[in-house]
Ligand binder design. Structure first.
Ligand code: HEC
Length: 289
């Protein structure tokens, strides 16, 4: 009994660590169809993009319609290489372009956590995307052009807190997938990393989060960023909406203060990019300019 008790304890701690990884990834909100009352992680949420609507798949532990039948290696391959167990490619709407940086340990823990969540039977829905973007065989060449499998490597010249922040922002929390504009083929425009998108995922405006003084968040302190990630409140006490609010509610607010501070440290160290992202309907002009 002692041995199996030990194994169970190990499993329990993998699940607990995996839950933390899950939170740091923003709670995988895209896989729960909140608007239509869908079950937790059972997919079916429509993600509107300029190429059409992608429906997120079921990632519950159901063996048949979810990913419960996958091995840890299947899961790691999907997350870091964008390849399904049957060898087909995933569309880059699934941010494996960021998750590729995740460590094997974090991925294995995340799989343990997902396996521990309730299975839900819900077959996946086909994407509704305009050709040629909906043709899966085009993803191979796309990856050749725009995807590099690269695990996160810490920068030895930077403090540990900065490196932790860099890992969280670029790999796990995949902040750039929403905050970086995309080129005509859906590739992240690396010259404008984190510099904001007018019509990002689900058509929402994702602001410039580089520390540019006037067009980004250069006037925010590290504490302001950490507070936003904990409470959803901006320094002007306005609260964030949409996908960011979901990522905070389901994810970032559960992180340790140290991790939120590390994210802020990294974000404020980014090169400032002058990129004004204006909403379509401008609020009435205030007196100061
Ligand atoms: C799933 C998409 C998504 C992800 C992932 C995401 N964001 Fe956001 N973020 C948004 C959207 C959309 C908004 C705008 C919300 C609004 O207008 O109310 C936003 C707003 C913000 C703001 C407020 C900026 C301002 O000028 O008011 C900050 C700061 C921010 N995000 C930082 C981050 C960081 C740091 C991460 C990663 C830890 C991250 N975001 C991950 C979509 C995302």
């Amino acid at each position: 009994m002692a041995a199996s008790g030990g194994a169970a304890a190990q499993e329990a701690s993998a699940v607990a660590r995996g839950e933390y990884v899950f939170r740091a990834a923003g709670g995988c909100s895209c896989h729960t169809d909140v608007r239509r009352g869908g079950a937790f992680l059972a997919g079916g949420r429509g993600l509107e993009t300029p190429f059409g609507t992608f429906y997120s798949p079921n990632i519950t532990s159901d063996a048949e319609t979810g990913i419960g039948g996958w091995s840890v290696d299947d899961f790691i391959r999907a997350m870091t290489e964008g390849v399904a167990p049957d060898g087909s490619h995933y569309f880059p709407v699934f941010p494996y372009t960021s998750f590729t940086g995740m460590s094997r340990g974090d991925l294995a823990d995340l799989k343990a956590y997902l396996d521990s969540a309730p299975p839900v039977r819900r077959p996946n829905r086909a994407h509704d995307v305009t050709p040629p973007f909906g043709w899966r065989f085009t993803v191979g060449p796309w990856k050749w052009l725009f995807f590099e499998r690269r695990r996160f490597r810490p920068d030895p010249d930077r403090p540990a807190t900065w490196n932790r922040g860099a890992y969280l922002v670029t790999a796990l929390a995949h902040c750039g997938e929403c905050h970086t504009p995309r080129g005509l083929l859906g590739n992240l425009d690396t010259a404008f990393r984190f510099a904001g998108v007018k019509r990002g995922p689900e058509g929402q405006l994702a602001p410039n989060i580089t520390p540019h003084k006037t067009t980004g968040i250069g006037r925010w302190s590290a504490g302001d960023i950490a507070t936003l990630l904990k409470t959803g409140l901006r320094p002007d006490f306005d609260d964030v909406q949409g996908l960011m609010a979901e990522a905070i509610d389901n994810g970032f607010r559960y992180l340790t203060d140290e991790d939120r501070a590390a994210i802020a440290e990294y974000v404020l160290s980014l090169p400032p990019i002058d990129n004004l992202i204006e909403p379509d309907v401008k609020p009435p002009k205030s007196g100061f300019e």
